[in-house]
Ligand binder design. Structure first.
Ligand code: PGA
Length: 248
């Protein structure tokens, strides 16, 4: 298995530009690890100072959002080419908070995935079920629907470079982590789905993260699972603990 692990922080709506630079400096000695891709997905206003602050380190910068047009009259929005020009490499797409609070549906997310790829950004495509869906036993049906819709028309060569984050909504920010077996089961389900839609080499190449209250205490067990290639970390990415997750 040749997939490189990827640990990404999702800062969400936290850190002013000056706080962001301080956090990057604090984390610098703690996240050194050549075996892992380390990414900070930061608020738009923090991108420029964070790209500057991580220069010369192993850390790459991601965005949390963008709009699907390249430029024009879209007051308040930021385009994929703007992110690329600023030095951004990754972008989170389809996080449950954006699906829920900002009503981003799969048709729109499919356009975002295609635009990100066209611009040269690596999507971190999120999917995941609610507690109600898990209890109803429709977790994998729901995730199949999300992934199939979000990747419609995306070529296998592009899917190989993609990152998919499995984030059970009930585990996000709740301190309630999926067990490593639950997380592995769904991550394997996602890989099997990619094999079904595309082929085995594509499924072998795509990197699948787990996200949802991942922290220094549970990261090693989750990352030991064969289909979990990394983590998307919210709360624990805003403190020194993130270094322990990277090195787990
Ligand atoms: P959490 O967030 O680690 O705070 O649960 C994860 C995420 O929403 O990406």
């Amino acid at each position: 298995m040749s997939r490189k692990r990827i640990i990404a922080g999702n800062w969400k709506m936290n850190m002013t530009p000056s706080e962001a630079v301080k956090l990057v400096e604090e984390l610098k000695p703690l996240v050194v690890n050549d075996d892992v891709d380390v990414v900070y997905c930061v608020p738009a206003i923090d991108i420029v100072p964070v790209v500057e602050a991580v220069k010369g380190t192993n850390v790459q910068v991601g965005a949390e959002n963008f709009y699907i047009e390249d430029k024009g009259a879209y007051t308040g929005e930021i385009s994929a080419p703007m992110l690329v020009d600023a030095g951004v490499k990754y972008v989170i797409i389809g996080h449950s908070e954006r699906r829920d609070y900002f009503k981003e549906d799969d048709t729109f997310l499919n356009k975002k995935v295609k635009k990100a790829i066209e611009a040269g950004l690596t999507p971190i495509l999120c999917c995941g079920e609610s507690l109600e869906q898990r209890e109803l036993g429709v977790t994998m049906d729901w995730i199949r629907l999300q992934i199939k819709s979000d990747l419609a028309g995306v070529a296998s060569d592009d899917v190989k470079k993609l990152v998919i984050a499995y984030e059970p909504i009930w585990a996000i920010g709740t301190g309630k982590t999926a067990t490593s077996d639950q997380a592995q089961e769904v991550c394997k389900g996602i890989r099997d789905l990619i094999a079904e839609i595309y082929d085995a080499p594509t499924a072998e190449a795509v990197r699948i993260q787990y996200g949802g209250s991942m922290n220094a205490g549970n990261a090693a067990e989750l990352l030991a699972k064969p289909d979990i290639d990394g983590g998307l970390i919210g709360g624990a990415s805003l403190k020194a603990e993130f270094g322990q997750v990277v090195n787990a």
